[in-house]
Ligand binder design. Structure first.
Ligand code: BDR
Ligand code: CA
Length: 311
């Protein structure tokens, strides 16, 4: 079993990713860390605790992290038009989780875990890169102690989803992404290049509805909202992208994606803020590969794997 920390801004596809990870025997969930992104950090923490309770995993600890970008600037915007006012497409209703977040910050928890299991912990980051950046900044040894980091974020060969250039997680905190990418952390990037090919078709929601139970209802209700947002954004698309679940999938089975080593930089202050772009390899210069970028995905195989486990 691979020990993992899932760093989330829960969010509807984050919810799917949590359920998928929780139901995957290859993974040991050490804890979840939260931050701003789709919703505020307080809402992401509340939603994460709630989702864990629906999964019967109230013993898995949750630690709250960044409420704003690494630069200290204010949050640009949340993604409530995509994830709903509550971040769960209205599926939260009046419910509140019983549990609370632990006393460490997200970055402190990441550091504590990688120090207690050097070279073993995988971090799956499916929100902005802020908690990772804070961990790298706090502990000079952190980058050497992590086994691997798999992020959902960025777009190298395809357009962005929040601007024509930028993917949402990177756009929310480009400085954090640039800092993390240049830090020496062993990172695999699961970006829009592959996640926009892994669509969950609308018709598959029926499978969850037929199963019944609280988790299925939560997932089906939230995902229907998410699919409607996709339909508004891209009429005729017929489903929603499985962004965050694919990052979990790549940790379970790296053969879902073909990767290429590249040198990736982030536009932090230019005309295309949040854009992730590759700099040609320069054997004698500084543009050494810093990320493994997922460029192709076996979408059909991944979808069936995801569906066989998520509920
Ligand atoms: C990413 O942005 C968020 O809205 C999703 O949860 C996902 O992590 C997709 O661009
Ligand atoms: Ca997310």
């Amino acid at each position: 079993m691979k020990p993992i920390i899932l760093d989330v801004d829960t969010g509807i596809d984050d919810t799917m990713a949590i359920a998928y990870a929780a139901h995957s025997p290859e993974l040991q969930l050490l804890g979840l860390t939260t931050l701003f992104g789709n919703v505020s950090v307080d809402e992401a923490t509340r939603n994460t605790l709630y989702v864990l309770e629906q999964l019967g995993l109230e013993h898995v600890p949750v630690y709250a992290g960044a409420g704003k970008p690494f630069s200290g600037q204010n949050v640009k915007s949340y993604a409530k038009h995509v994830h709903g006012e509550d971040g769960l497409g209205g599926a939260l209703g009046d419910a509140l989780p019983k549990g609370r977040a632990g006393s460490l910050t997200a970055a402190q928890f990441m550091i504590e875990q990688v120090r207690s299991m050097p070279g073993q912990v995988t971090i799956i980051a499916v929100g902005p890169m802020t908690n990772l950046a804070l961990a790298v900044q706090l502990d000079a040894e952190f980058v050497k102690l992590v086994d691997q980091v798999v992020i959902m974020g960025g777009a190298v060969t395809v357009p962005g989803n929040v601007t024509p250039f930028a993917e949402a997680n990177i756009y929310s905190d480009p400085e954090a992404a640039q800092f993390v990418f240049q830090s020496g952390l062993p990172i695999t990037m699961v970006g829009l290049d592959v996640t926009m090919q892994t669509l969950l078709p609308c018709a598959r929601l029926e499978e969850w509805r037929k199963k019944g139970g609280k988790l299925s209802e939560l997932l089906a209700g939230a995902t229907e909202f998410y699919m409607n947002a996709y339909e508004t954004w891209s009429p005729g698309i017929g489903g929603c992208a499985l962004h965050d679940p694919l990052a979990v999938g790549v940790v379970i089975d790296p053969s879902f994606c073909r990767t290429e080593a590249m040198h990736i930089e982030v536009d932090v202050d230019g005309a295309e803020i949040g854009r992730t772009f590759s700099v040609p390899h320069d054997p004698s210069g500084s543009a050494q590969p810093n990320l493994k970028v997922c460029l192709e995905v076996d979408a059909a195989r991944f979808l069936e794997h995801f569906m066989s486990r998520v509920v």
